[in-house]
Design a binder for this molecule. Structure first.
Ligand SMILES: Cc1ncc(COP(=O)(O)O)c(C=O)c1O
Length: 298
């Protein structure tokens, strides 16, 4: 773990703590982000860091470090952890204070990061989902990755209570929003890849990369087009294929929604092709997307 409170990295689990008077702990005044560590490389860290700082700005938290310093700390932390495959999760908070609602007496913003050992593999099986009855977040809170994930936790719990993998949110206009920790994407029967508009959701770094990668399938003639627009529930349920898209998945096929099959109820050819493109990008993509961890330098 790295903590700006003690200004360094610790490998001792007993020291991996954050102060109880930190505004993020008792008032939820913090933001976070994640990046995948795969075979000794950090995948798409820069995109995640940009969103991290954008979330902090929306949450009115100023970073104690520049983006370059945050990046260096995260790379050093990954190296110190000796972990080759897992996830890197990091938080910016308004910092320790006097337990008040106002952050005025918080001494200074804090930065924490941790490496979580984890394994990843391509998802060949599909999951079933339900429509969430937990109220959707308002646009301001949905578009920043703050630590206030109570609606997301309840939405996931609701799905598990009903025997599904996850729930997805539908907005007041009847348009698709997102899952509790993933975006959704649809393949229409006309082979159009559609991604819901960004206004009501956390528009993911993975979805942004998907837009670039999916163009290869357009060139190969497997897809007709890639579009970002509002998607109604009726249209979405009539899709040929559907999937969750998120940095630690990166693609998880959805084969059933509210007890109805999506398409023929099987994992589709285009979902498999998109998933394969991602795994190629993660394992051997361009150096602009993959940072090699300098394990030996420590
Ligand atoms: C609510 C929500 N939407 C979407 C995403 C997908 O974002 P990304 O692709 O950047 O992981 C996440 C990921 O954590 C999330 O929590």
């Amino acid at each position: 773990m790295y903590s700006s409170v003690f200004g360094g990295i610790t490998l001792d689990p007993a020291l991996m703590v954050i102060p109880l008077d930190d505004h993020m702990v008792h008032r939820g005044h913090g933001v976070f982000d994640t990046a995948m560590l795969f075979n000794g490389y950090l995948y798409d860290l820069d995109a995640h860091l940009d969103r991290f700082l954008a979330s902090a700005s929306k949450a009115k938290i100023s970073s104690p470090f520049t983006s370059r310093t945050l990046r260096n700390i995260l790379i050093q932390l990954a190296a110190a952890s000796k972990c080759r495959t897992g996830s890197l999760r990091y938080w910016l908070s308004a910092g320790p204070g006097d337990f008040s609602l106002s952050p005025k007496r918080c001494s200074q913003p804090t930065f924490y990061a941790i490496v979580i050992s984890q394994t990843f593999s391509q998802h060949n099986e599909g999951v079933s989902i339900i429509t969430s009855t937990v109220p959707i977040k308002s646009p301001l809170f949905a578009t920043m990755k703050s630590v206030n994930y109570l609606p997301n936790v309840h939405s996931k719990m609701e799905a598990e209570e009903r025997g599904a993998f996850a729930s997805i949110w539908v907005d007041e206009k009847g348009c698709i929003a997102e899952g509790p920790n993933a975006n959704v994407a649809f393949i229409s029967k006309e082979k159009e890849l559609t991604l819901p508009s960004p206004e009501r959701i956390l528009f993911g770094c993975t979805v942004k990369r998907l837009i670039v990668l999916a163009n290869k399938l357009v060139e190969r003639g497997l897809l007709r087009s890639v579009v970002v627009r509002d998607v109604t529930v009726e249209e979405a349920k009539d899709s040929a294929e559907m999937m969750f898209v998120s940095s630690l998945l990166p693609i998880l096929p959805i084969i059933e929604w509210d007890n109805q099959p999506i398409g023929d109820g099987m994992v589709g050819e285009i979902t498999r092709a998109i998933s394969a493109l991602f795994w190629e990008d993660i394992a051997s993509g361009p150096s602009t997307r993959r940072i090699r961890i300098p394990y030996k330098n420590l």
